[in-house]
Design a protein. Structure first.
Length: 125
């Protein structure tokens, strides 16, 4: 993954701690959540430290994002920065193309998608 060019970057101007760190994002698959298809499974680098969320040594590498505002779209991304909700799966790794239920997810918070690492890094300042 480290040799691949990220599809976009994740940052957060609203949070402190782990979610503030700028992260590379690699698109894995569209996810159908309760039959709604505006969710995206991505792999992030660096991962989010799982211990902060009761996951012990299991860090969060895969997250699911969804647009924060009605009218925003991930297919394709129609605005920069894009505000998104950030989730992780309770059961661990999500299988691409599987239908997920809202009860399978835990919301970590919200953040923004950026086109460059520097924009994501500067989001918190």
């Amino acid at each position: 993954m480290s040799n691949l060019k990220p599809d976009f970057y994740l940052g957060s101007s609203e949070h402190t701690g782990e979610l503030v760190k700028a992260r590379k994002c690699f698109v894995r698959e569209k996810v159908f959540l309760d039959k709604v298809n505006e969710y995206l499974l991505i792999e992030i680098d660096p991962p989010i430290i799982g211990q902060n969320y009761g996951l012990g040594q299991d860090d969060i590498r895969d997250i699911i994002i969804a647009p924060h505002f009605e009218g925003s779209t991930l297919f394709p991304i129609n605005e920069w920065p894009m505000l998104v909700y950030i989730f992780y799966a309770k059961k661990g790794r999500i299988i691409a193309s599987e239908t997920v239920k809202a009860s399978d997810l835990v919301m970590l918070g919200w953040g923004e998608l950026y086109q460059t690492f520097d924009e994501a890094k500067n989001a918190a300042t």
